[in-house]
Ligand binder design. Structure first.
Ligand code: BMA
Length: 331
């Protein structure tokens, strides 16, 4: 049972492909992955960890585009079907909401979510190290940059799709300035998207029962509201003899107090196994940043980066993911 919390009034057709008959796992990959190749814009080195939302009966998105100078930035894109994308060659030119907004050294790993009256965009922002930057747009034409919502160091911020008890709500992961070898998920809230507090610990790593999430964890797409709780899809990292391996899994969080974990899946939902997930600028990475879902059918389409190089799609059904969490939950 899915409750409807997403105020997208415009109907849209989910990008979709049926599950192959002999498929073993809960999620299945789109047969034509990657949907966005590394050279899909003029100067791109790679286009991955990207954020997609329904927009005007079709789709809009904000994409992580690293260019051939290896500058990290975020670009706008549009699509009629959620699969074939037109991505701008140039990064988004944000208008500062006041003269005092510090410029960004870089931007990456965007998330986009509609809350109340606009699309909010948050990303990992370069300001004396990585922190969480924020902005908004009404129309995907003009984009406004707000104050950074979290201080350095932090590289993972994800907004809930609605206020909780009147407050904007955020999942985030404090880190260090490097390729952090630790990381837990925390919850914070704000009355105005500027001042954040009421910080709560949500989840830590696990070495005993779930190796794929033994080094660090971080929220992925905006959590999805269901009658069983917030469905949080999140990435987890394992440190292997060849470096980090990024997979993703899922957990259910309490609807009113999202720092309370109802159930957390032990096995991953998806791990790097295909060439486009294992070969690229950073091998062995699947990294989800967005998901479209249909409340009536329970279909979900998850957008995830592959090997920090390309963008991919995987499909599933929300009820099946929830069953999977509950029947394979950690102690
Ligand atoms: C994280 C971020 C992501 C990236 C991942 C794997 O720290 O930089 O953008 O996908 O590492 O390299």
């Amino acid at each position: 049972m899915i409750s409807d919390s997403t105020p997208y009034n415009t109907p849209f057709i989910m990008p979709w492909e049926e599950k192959p008959a002999d498929h073993r796992d809960v999620l299945w990959r789109y047969s034509k992955n990657p949907i966005i190749k590394r050279d899909s814009t003029k100067n791109s080195n790679s286009i991955f960890n990207s954020a997609v939302v329904p927009f005007k009966k079709a789709f809009a998105g904000v994409f992580r585009v690293d260019d051939t100078s290896r500058r990290m930035n975020i670009n706008r894109g549009f699509s009629n079907d959620g699969i074939n994308w037109n991505i701008d060659d140039n990064p988004i030119n944000f208008i500062p909401v006041n003269n005092d907004i510090p410029p960004s050294d870089y931007k990456y790993d965007p998330r986009v979510i509609w809350i109340e009256d606009r699309y909010y965009i948050i990303w990992c922002n370069g300001y004396h190290g990585p922190c969480i930057g924020a902005g908004y747009t009404f129309d995907f034409e003009k984009f406004y940059q707000m104050e950074n919502i979290l201080m350095p160091y932090n590289r993972n911020g994800v907004l809930f799709p609605r206020k909780i008890k009147g407050q904007f709500a955020l999942l985030q992961r404090p880190s260090d300035g490097g390729h952090t070898a630790f990381g837990d998920i925390f919850y914070s809230e704000s009355p105005d998207m500027i001042f954040w507090g009421k910080h709560r610990h949500v989840m830590t790593t696990d070495t005993r029962q779930s190796g794929w999430q033994s080094t660090k964890i971080g929220a992925g797409p905006a959590p999805i509201e269901t009658s069983e709780g917030w469905l949080m899809i999140y990435h987890g990292v394992l440190t292997s003899c060849n470096g980090y391996v990024y997979s993703f899994g899922a957990a259910l969080l309490d609807l009113d107090q999202p720092w309370k974990v109802i159930a957390r899946g032990r096995p991953y939902l998806l791990s790097p196994q295909k060439n486009y997930e294992c070969l690229g600028d950073v091998p062995n990475v699947v990294f989800p940043c967005a998901a479209l879902h249909n409340n009536e059918t329970g279909q979900i389409a998850i957008y995830y980066g592959g090997a920090d190089t390309v963008t991919n799609l995987a499909f599933g059904r929300i009820d099946e993911i929830i069953d999977f969490i509950k029947t394979n939950k950690m102690d």
